[in-house]
Design a binder for this molecule. Structure first.
Ligand SMILES: Cc1ncc(COP(=O)(O)O)c(C=O)c1O
Length: 391
């Protein structure tokens, strides 16, 4: 097929030319004498992306799921209580992973499209007088539904109750795209992956860890081997890895961090917010609804769009790909067939956003969903024009 694929799944995302070039290097010796002069500053700069000074960031050869496992196994013991809300496929899967590690998961079933049920979290934690719950999990940005939860609100619940549980955040589709302040928000564990806001290929699991979580690992009894924080600490402190790092990706990571810091995190977040709003205006002009119910929790990295009853969202995804070489995200888990998703994170500009809306608009009509041709693109383009500012 001539032309190129348009990648609008919510990760993996487009890899900028700068990062691709940075990864186009000969393989190198990760035990070379000068390796730490490259790696130590990168560990420091990663802390800026996670917005922590007192914590540290581990880089594993893994994906986000590996980061979940690292978090759980290093800080908890079998039988420990874990609080999680199930409001999308990724919150569901992290809870499942905890169960596989024999945690006692208190799972709050929450309608998909809603954020963390703050009041229920408060009730459960208030009732936990014996502090059996050792970790409170929050999927910051539920990629399946396009819902962002308020981490500070969860922190406040824990603080008000003086509950000592660790606050563990899944920031896989948030970190590097949506404001996330690990230290200021009192987050103990923050998990991310390379293939979303960091604009890299899949293959790195990044885990931000607070001093409190590092302390917790000393008494945590889960079996851990490959993901053991201790091995990382021993080697990372001097700029090394305990095993062979994915050097090509790490060269790309250096460039990605450079790009994010050069643009400035507040500008990165504002860009994501503006593009997300453009997509939402397009969706509204189509006359369709988002899966996210409350505007306060609309995600700035992914929009899950509900198709009318009787229509199949998978048809939209299939037609977009087969006819126009546009990759949209399908519905996952409980919302399979009901929603399709437009990922709007990472390396994007106005025209790229409009191309996704144009393709989605055509695919909607091809799937028997009668949106007015040009309506979504028109609404989004006017918004983008009217909000354009010189950078
Ligand atoms: C919010 C969230 N958490 C976790 C994951 C799992 O990450 P991975 O697929 O990199 O293992 C994803 C993947 O899309 C995600 O969106």
């Amino acid at each position: 097929m001539p032309g190129r694929n348009f990648l609008f799944v919510p990760g993996p995302t487009n890899i900028p030319e700068r990062i691709r070039r940075a990864m186009d290097v000969l393989l190198e010796d990760h035990r070379a004498g000068d390796f730490p002069t490259f790696m130590k500053p990168l560990f420091e700069d990663l802390k800026k992306i996670f917005q922590t000074t007192s914590g540290r960031v581990f880089v594993f050869n893994a994906s986000g799921t590996g980061g979940w496992e690292a978090a759980i196994t290093n800080c908890l013991s079998p039988g420990d209580g874990v609080l999680q809300a199930r409001f999308g496929q990724f919150s569901h899967l992290w809870a499942e992973l905890c169960r596989k590690h024999a945690m006692e998961v208190t799972l709050i079933e929450t309608p998909w499209g809603e954020a963390v049920p703050y009041d229920r979290y408060a009730e459960v934690l208030a009732a936990d007088k014996a502090h059996r719950i050792k970790a409170v999990l929050v999927t910051h940005n539920e990629t399946a539904t396009g819902v962002t939860s308020d981490i500070q609100r969860v922190r406040k619940i824990l603080d008000d109750l003086k509950h000592p549980a660790l606050l563990m955040i899944d920031g896989v589709s948030a970190i590097g795209s949506i404001d996330f302040r690990m230290e200021e928000w009192g987050v103990d564990i923050a998990v991310s992956g390379s293939q979303k806001g960091l604009m890299l290929p899949t293959g790195l699991g990044l885990v931000g860890v607070s001093q409190k979580a590092l302390e917790a690992r000393k008494s945590a009894k889960c079996a851990r081997a490959y993901f053991d924080f201790d091995d990382q600490i021993r080697m990372n402190d001097d700029g090394w890895f305990p095993y062979t790092p994915a050097m090509t990706l790490i060269r790309g990571l250096r460039e990605s961090v450079n790009m994010l810091l050069e643009e400035g995190l507040p500008n990165v977040f504002a860009r994501h917010a503006r593009f997300a709003e453009a997509v939402r205006r397009g969706v509204k002009a189509w006359g369709l609804e988002l899966c996210a119910r409350d505007p306060a929790s609309y995600s700035n990295t992914v929009s899950a769009i509900v198709v009318p009853t009787g229509k199949n969202a998978n048809d939209v995804v299939k037609n977009a790909y087969a006819r126009y070489n546009l990759s949209l995200g399908g519905g996952l888990g409980d919302v399979a067939g009901k929603v399709f998703r437009i990922g709007h994170l990472g390396d994007l500009n106005e025209i790229m956003i409009l191309s996704a809306l144009a393709g989605a608009e055509m695919a909607l009509r091809d799937s028997g969903i009668e949106v007015t041709p040009g309506s979504g693109v028109g609404a989004a383009s006017e918004y983008l024009r009217s909000t354009w500012q010189a950078s």
